[in-house]
Design a binder for this molecule. Structure first.
Ligand SMILES: [Zn+2]
Length: 416
């Protein structure tokens, strides 16, 4: 029998009615041709385009639900699900930071998504994904991962009584993270290649019984969970930030953040979305390359040479799902933002700078601080701007501060 112990919200009993408190009805739409499709779909049946969710617009400022836990505290902005799985994700702290690279009088604030239950921002998406999976009655979650999503999906799957299958490319060098995912009971399969190779394997494994929760745009639901970040930020800062810097692979985090600020605009809380600055590691930067080109899609479809990077968590070549990258680029453009790439040296310097400030993150999460030194970023920020850096993942899983239990098994040797 399936084991389910789910933290139901106080208003769960009302959810099947149209008067359900919070949670928004949604339609699934093709991002390319706008055709509407079924809730459990991953691509447009007409043009193969990536799918996005259209949520009913908010008429008033979304308020936190006082007795709700985790990402469900701002459940009023999330797409409607009948279940609400939580491990206490979200409500992550903000911390003032110093940016040694900038001379401007910036107010720099870190949003410590690294302090989520499994130490990365993915937990917000996986809380929503596991809830949706229970609604659908599927057997489990399947995903491609470079490490963090694997740990997160495994944790939320076991909490929800679901199975979990993870595909990871050996190029992601995610040994410890995969061992942790296996400790949670996930089936972990290492495939030859990079993240895009793992993505293809996860697509092959998805189906009626397995919900694909790869945290690209493959599953259109997942990015929606990140709508909660701007709401928390405005609550914590007392005001809208001027810019938000987001590490991106394919970039659903950035798009979700864009949508969340859009909620505040449509509710009349803010006049416009802050500038969203996407940052990639220069060693694997298809979005930054496309941003600088005349034709985004042509650029995204050109082969990309992927170099070695410490920021494996955001190393995504987007091979085979290039159009997903357009969603991120469009969100950055709509916010008057930017897409930049940072060097390995600047990532390391930022990592050290954060450590000196007491903050332990993984290299991908240090890229926003590195981006502040980019002249094109400095150019669009006024001297007294408030800039939020999304610190996406903790350093513990990189530095071996967590020892996985010995009962988990990984299917093939994993590089260290
Ligand atoms: Zn379409």
């Amino acid at each position: 029998m399936k084991r389910i112990f789910v933290n139901f919200l106080p208003y769960t009993g009302m959810i099947t009615t149209t008067k359900a408190r919070g949670r928004r009805d949604f339609a699934v739409r093709c991002a390319v041709c706008a055709r509407l499709t079924e809730p459990l779909a991953y691509r447009c049946a007409t043009c193969e385009g990536p799918l996005v969710l259209d949520l009913v617009e908010l008429a008033e400022r979304p308020a936190p639900i006082p007795d709700a836990v985790g990402v469900w505290r701002y459940g009023t902005v999330l797409p409607r699900t009948r279940h609400a799985v939580t491990l206490g994700e979200g409500a992550t702290p903000v911390l003032p930071l110093v940016s040694p690279a900038t001379k401007m009088d910036l107010r720099v604030v870190g949003k410590l998504e690294s302090l989520n239950p499994t130490l990365s921002f993915k937990d917000r998406a996986m809380a929503l994904a596991a809830s949706f999976a229970l609604d659908l009655g599927v057997d489990g979650l399947v995903l491609a991962s470079s490490g963090n999503a694997a740990v997160s999906a495994a944790a939320y799957a076991t909490t929800a009584g679901l199975r979990c299958r993870v595909f990871c490319g050996n190029g992601s060098r995610a040994g410890l993270k995969l061992a942790i995912a296996a400790s949670y009971g996930a089936e972990v399969v290492v495939v030859d290649g990079d993240y895009s190779a793992a993505y293809a394997a996860a697509v092959d494994a998805e189906g009626d019984r397995w919900l694909n929760v790869s945290t690209t745009y493959r599953n259109p639901l997942l990015a929606e969970a990140y709508r909660t970040i701007p709401l928390e930020l405005v609550e914590q800062l007392g005001d809208m930030p001027d810019a938000v810097v987001v590490p991106v692979g394919a970039g659903p985090l950035l798009r979700g953040v864009y949508q969340g600020f859009g909620d505040l605009v449509s509710a009349g809380v803010a006049e416009h979305v802050p500038r969203l600055i996407a940052v990639q590691a220069a060693a694997c930067a298809p979005l930054a390359r496309a941003w600088a080109s005349d034709d985004w899609l042509v650029s995204l479809r050109e082969p990309i040479e992927v170099g070695a990077t410490s920021a494996a968590a955001i190393a995504d070549a987007l091979r085979g799902y290039e159009r997903e990258g357009l969603l991120t680029l469009e969100a950055a453009r709509s916010s008057d933002g930017l897409v930049v790439a940072v060097s390995e040296r600047s990532i390391e310097q930022s990592l050290r700078s954060l450590l000196a400030q007491g903050v332990l993150v993984e290299p991908a999460a240090a890229t926003p601080l590195a981006a502040l030194a980019d002249p094109s970023v400095a150019k669009i920020l006024s001297d007294s701007a408030t800039v939020v850096l999304i610190l996406t993942g903790h350093g513990a899983k990189e530095h071996g501060l967590i020892r996985p239990h010995s009962w988990g098994r990984v299917s093939a040797p994993v590089e260290k």
